[in-house]
Design a protein around this ligand. Structure first.
Ligand code: ADP
Length: 246
């Protein structure tokens, strides 16, 4: 049972880390950081640190997993043993298997899978440090890594959660708020298409609170989406600069 007596908001209505209810944690994104992968991205979202490497599209192996009419997206979300205060077993847990599927499903609508028959794309997500909201930060970085790999996409998927702490709807819960709060609603979103690709809810909310949380999460997504675009632009500015200097 979650302990509702724990104070997650101070008298001024500020949260444990000093944020306002509708304030995001700081988000930093970088692309093209792994020379051995076809595409890559790194995200720092609050204390979360996550790295993503993409391979493909390439011929799908083993062949029996090939689809004659589409590309297959495979995704592995993994938390490093040192990513949380108590050593986590490196073996894939039920939670990691579930998140791998959830992340994959949230990215698929953005891809033109029908254009790449018999191929596969592999997404490897390594959580180096976790502090609540890793599925959202992983989706944000994974979509950027797919863009970095040069895959044509309908939109870059971005994700952010909103939830409820001490009876108030709040944006982007960190681990303590997630564990001691009342609810968490992760949302993945395609801003240009105004389409949600992932919507989950952990805990209880009234219909009005749920709608408020989704609206707040989408606003958070839009802000992170701008940081995604800046990260991609930065990479190409650096390449252009190097070309000019050569
Ligand atoms: P998300 O990271 O998407 O919020 P969860 O709600 O399942 O996913 O997890 C919330 C947080 O709980 C994680 O971000 C992480 O900080 C922490 N956590 C998850 N698994 C473990 C674990 N095995 N040991 C310790 N902390 C964990």
């Amino acid at each position: 049972m979650k302990d509702k007596t724990i104070k997650l908001l101070n008298k001024k209505g500020l949260r444990l880390d000093g944020r306002k209810l509708d304030e995001l944690r700081s988000v930093k994104l970088e692309v093209g950081i792994l020379p051995n992968a076809d595409g890559s991205a790194y995200v720092e979202h609050g204390k979360n640190k996550i790295i993503v490497g993409v391979f493909g599209p390439r011929e799908m192996h083993p062949k029996h997993l090939q689809r004659a009419d589409r590309m297959v997206l495979r995704c592995r979300y993994h938390m490093a043993p040192f990513s949380v205060p108590e050593r986590k077993s490196p073996a894939p847990s039920r939670r990691e298997n579930e998140l791998s599927k959830v992340i994959r499903d949230s990215l698929l609508p953005s891809l033109f899978v029908e254009n790449y028959p018999r191929t596969g794309v592999d997404l490897y997500i390594e959580v180096l440090q976790a502090d609540g909201g890793t599925r959202c930060a992983s989706i944000t970085a994974a979509s950027l890594a797919l863009a970095d790999a040069g895959l044509p996409m309908r939109d870059i998927v971005v994700a952010c959660a909103a939830g409820k702490v001490n009876g108030k709807i709040a944006l982007d819960l960190m681990d303590t708020e997630d564990k001691l709060g009342d609810a968490d609603v992760p949302v993945a979103y395609m801003p240009n298409l105004n389409a949600i690709t992932l919507l989950q809810m952990d805990g209880k909310l009234s219909t009005k609170e749920f709608e408020e949380a989704v609206k707040m999460a989408i606003e958070g997504c839009k802000k992170i989406s701008n940081i995604q675009k800046e990260a991609l632009q930065t990479k190409y500015k650096v390449i252009k600069q190097e070309e000019v200097e050569e």
